[in-house]
Design a protein. Structure first.
Length: 438
């Protein structure tokens, strides 16, 4: 694999172009661990600092404009600051932001969730996706009386210690810094898409729940075959374990009712965030009424102790088709460039996203060559940090920003913006070749 030198023409150009970002980074280094407020924003030699955003574009503190494919880490299906959302948020801010009481809008919001999401018989709002998955696991343990949870290697379900293991190589179910071994010991990490391994683990009879990103780990970087998800539903039902769909990424993005609507598989519990809150903080756990009833108050103190989960929280509370279509166009155009430039990568994806397989070993035949079906999941999940960082820097210099390995498309990405993106990608690929990195 090509290696990025400590200093290179590309990195020097990046540093020279962004003096105001660099200055903010120096200030941030005195405040935040790693100088950032989110691990995914770490970048060498320093990250980009943004001043404002609108539609498909954002502007950095140095005045440069970028086509944005972060889309709020997946939260912004309609792009940055769409007028209808901006107007609604502004109007509500004038009415009050925290009543400390029930209100009509939370009822309306809950009705929409239950109307759209097939598994949602009852719903409870949270402040984040991490809180939602934490709630789902606790509900599963309360309802089944069992203790163990099964998850899949490479799948991310938030940063709480009950599930934040086996996400990165070597994918072991081992405690990380600050995690309690006795908590981690209650979680089994299985290889993705291996129904035999699932069946063998469920046979022990101690599993409360199996949790999965239903389109596959890391925004579908390792795709989950629909047949596997359907088999998982049958195996969990047979073992009297609950099936949890983590739809924090897929909810309202791959279909109005999430991946469960698209796949025709109904889980027992569903966790949501991101698009659920239109880019603002928020999440939810929804599912079967009998399982969600463990959040309801019981008649006596003794019943509450045995069968109620306490939950308080200060902040609980045909776009898709177009975005999918635009993402497909973009994947095709980028693969055409890789084929023409003989670069051994591949762009792939299924819905309103695109991901880069740096380890493809050969360029795509043409734009339609996007299949990664027979690729080992570990190769797809590999991070390729140096190439990823260099490509992101190259694209930033040509007016496009994404997270270095995968990107998300919204309704704001028009054909004109796709054209700008493809042009920038071609220029970035040539920069990478000049550096010996492609």
């Amino acid at each position: 694999m090509a290696r990025l030198a400590a200093s290179s023409k590309l990195q020097d150009s990046y540093t020279e172009a962004l003096p105001a970002s660099r200055a903010l980074y120096e200030r941030a280094r005195r405040l935040f661990p790693d100088a950032v407020t989110h691990d995914n924003r770490r970048m060498q030699p320093f990250p980009l600092y943004i001043a404002r955003a609108e539609g498909a574009y954002k502007w950095d503190v140095d005045g440069h404009r970028y086509v944005d494919y972060w889309m709020g880490h997946g939260a912004l299906l309609l792009g940055h600051s769409p007028r209808q959302i901006a107007d609604a948020v502004s109007a509500q801010a004038l009415r009050g932001t925290h009543y400390g009481a029930c209100h009509e809008k939370e009822v309306e919001w809950g009705e929409w969730v239950c109307r759209l999401v097939p598994s949602a018989e009852r719903v409870r709002f949270t402040a984040s996706g991490t809180e939602a998955t934490h709630m789902a696991v606790r509900l599963a343990r309360a309802f089944t009386g069992k203790r163990h949870v099964v998850k899949f290697a490479g799948h991310f379900h938030g940063w709480h210690e009950g599930l934040e293991i086996g996400v990165r190589p070597p994918y072991e179910a081992e405690p990380e810094a600050g995690q309690l071994p006795e908590v981690v010991d209650l979680v089994t990490v299985l290889p993705p898409n291996d129904i035999v391994a699932v069946r063998e683990r469920l046979a022990k009879g101690d599993v409360a729940a199996v949790i999965i990103e239903p389109t596959g780990g890391h925004f579908g970087s390792v795709p989950a075959p629909p047949s596997f998800v359907a088999a998982l539903r049958e195996e969990t039902r047979r073992a009297k374990a609950l099936l949890i769909f983590d739809e924090v990424v897929t909810g309202f993005r791959v279909a109005p009712g999430g991946a469960q609507e698209l796949l025709g598989v109904r889980p027992d519990l569903t966790t949501m965030a991101k698009i659920l809150s239109g880019g603002l903080p928020g999440g939810a756990c929804a599912g079967r009424e009998d399982v969600m009833s463990y959040l309801a108050t019981k008649a006596t103190a003794e019943e509450n102790r045995r069968a109620k989960i306490a939950h308080a929280g200060t902040f609980n509370g045909q776009a898709i088709r177009f975005a999918n279509q635009q993402a497909a166009k973009l994947r095709y155009g980028m693969n055409e460039i890789l084929a023409r430039e003989s670069v051994p990568w591949k762009i792939y994806g299924d819905h309103s996203d695109w991901k880069i397989f740096f380890g493809a070993g050969a360029p795509p035949r043409d734009g339609s060559d996007q299949s990664v079906q027979d690729v080992d999941w570990r190769r797809l999940d590999a991070k390729n940090a140096e190439q990823s960082r260099a490509l992101r820097q190259a694209l930033i210099l040509h007016g496009v920003d994404f997270n270095g390995g995968r990107a998300l498309v919204g309704t704001c990405h028009t054909d004109e913006i796709l054209g700008q993106t493809v042009t920038a990608f071609e220029a970035a690929i040539r920069d990478m070749k000049e550096e010996g990195l492609a």
